[in-house]
Design a binder for this molecule. Structure first.
Ligand code: 5RP
Length: 220
């Protein structure tokens, strides 16, 4: 089974978490979430409105006819569905491969339950194999990069990429992340950092993991 087929399998399994009608849900960003949105459009009556984590997700939701609401209008969200780039045994994540990490983090924070959808290739023992995305305001890019070197990382500027918030992304390679909560806080404390892709303080509540046979297991 291809990676994309595993993403479809986990997206299908996630539909079972819509256990009420007229729900307000939050939606992440990426190819796994795109499969989930396609499937969700077949059970649209279960969804009253969706709060979106990116312009790309908003466009896809609207194309399917979903009602997209601003978080400032809604208050807290019951369920938040999103993918990830890496996930450890404690549902701590690296996210932001698609550059939507800041809004994703806001929605994860606002959600009662965060359901993460991955394929088995993303399940790791120690986070850091995937370069850690850090969103920075443009004028602070070099300063933040030097501070990230001091933390032991190798920062690489994501060329030609501007986030939905008008900022830039530094991808940090070579981090062996043994204490994700502490590193998340340390990076967030650097002036000029908007947020980073470690979702450790607020990780997922449940991670659904599809394997190469299409079986989906639940990690709580
Ligand atoms: C976007 C993200 C995505 O969830 C992450 O990159 C996984 O994407 P995909 O489902 O395409 O593999 O964090 O900012």
């Amino acid at each position: 089974m291809s990676n994309d087929d595993m993403k479809k399998a986990v997206a299908r399994a996630a539909l079972e978490y819509l256990d009420e009608y007229d729900m307000l849900i939050g939606m992440g960003t990426g190819s796994t979430v795109n499969h989930f949105i396609d499937l969700l459009s077949t059970v649209k009556s279960r969804v009253d409105a969706v709060v979106s984590s990116s312009e790309a997700t908003t466009a896809k939701l609207k194309a399917h006819g979903f009602h997209v609401k601003d978080l400032n209008q809604t208050g807290d969200i019951l369920l938040y569905f999103d993918g990830a780039d890496e996930c450890d045994a404690h549902n701590r994540l690296i996210k932001g491969g698609g550059g939507a990490l800041t809004r994703e983090k806001v929605l994860a924070e606002a959600a009662e339950k965060f359901i993460c959808l991955i394929d088995e290739t993303k399940r790791v023992d120690i986070l850091g194999g995937f370069p850690l995305p850090v969103e920075v305001i443009p004028m602070a890019r070099s300063l933040v990069a030097r501070k990230l070197v001091a933390l032991g990382g190798q920062p690489v500027f994501r060329q030609g990429f501007v986030t939905d918030n008008g900022n830039e992304i530094i991808d940090v390679k070579n981090l062996t992340i043994t204490d994700p909560i502490s590193l998340e806080q340390q990076i967030n404390a650097i002036s000029g950092v908007v947020s980073n892709g470690l979702f450790a303080r607020r990780g997922a509540d449940i991670t659904l993991i599809a394997d190469s046979q299409g079986q989906v297991t639940t990690q709580k």
